[in-house]
Design a binder for this molecule. Sequence first.
Ligand SMILES: Nc1ncnc2c1ncn2[C@@H]1O[C@H](COP(=O)(O)OP(=O)(O)OP(=O)(O)O)[C@@H](O)[C@H]1O
Ligand SMILES: [Mg+2]
Length: 241
Amino acid sequence: MLSVEGLETRYGGVAAVRGVSLEVREREIVGVLGPNGAGKTTTLSSVIGLLRPAAGCIRFLGRNLTGLTPDRVVAAGIGLVPEGRWVLASMSVRENLLMGAYLRRDGDGAIAREIDRVCEIFPGLRDRHQQPAGTLSGGEQQMLSIARALMARPRLLMLDEPTWGLAPLVVEEIMRVIKRLNEEGTTILLVEQNARQALAVVQRCYVLAVGQVIFDGTPAQLEREHVLKTAYLGGVSSRVP
Ligand SMILES: Nc1ncnc2c1ncn2[C@@H]1O[C@H](COP(=O)(O)OP(=O)(O)OP(=O)(O)O)[C@@H](O)[C@H]1O
Ligand SMILES: [Mg+2]
């Protein structure tokens, strides 16, 4: 479904991602793990079109998306839940959700049904439509951020550290939602520094370190090869809530 080949993305003269290749097949949950600064966010930002790759190719459902702007990538069917549960703080929950639907052309009725659907997935948002998003708890903001991405009905949903800094019960709820979305047909690319959470739900995973893929395979293979212990657990310990 998604194929990233030889991706190289730079900040000024410094390459943050150096030849990353990865694939996501339809209906999979694929993880991207790796310590601080490994290039996980840079990879997702390159796919969604916020950063322009210096080299490499990004294909989605047979189309070449390399270098396209985010609105065109979203229109092609990819959604991003960005790092840091970014919401429009002074806007209401409802306005945030409507922002997620701004590219839809299928009418107000369809958008209203989509709002109902995301509020069924996240019941906590249902009674808060008029509340400014900035007054929600951290967990609720993360749910709103996911709900907003869902408003565009992405076929591939990319989530950048959706559980970071959240309480264990909220983390569980978010992981349940990710599994449910996948069971209902959405393909998932899940970036997590918290390996334990991610490995419980992903079918395959990639481990990045200093801008390169150092492992790809199943969670079982990852455990056997002790990749995490050496490349990664040292980095994760400081971020596990
Ligand atoms: N806006 C920027 N300008 C310059 N360098 C950047 C910028 N954003 C990231 N970098 C650098 O690029 C490299 C990869 O960063 P990136 O944010 O992609 O890592 P990450 O794997 O998402 O890390 P984290 O787990 O901390 O979110 C790091 O060395 C980082 O310092
Ligand atoms: Mg990041």
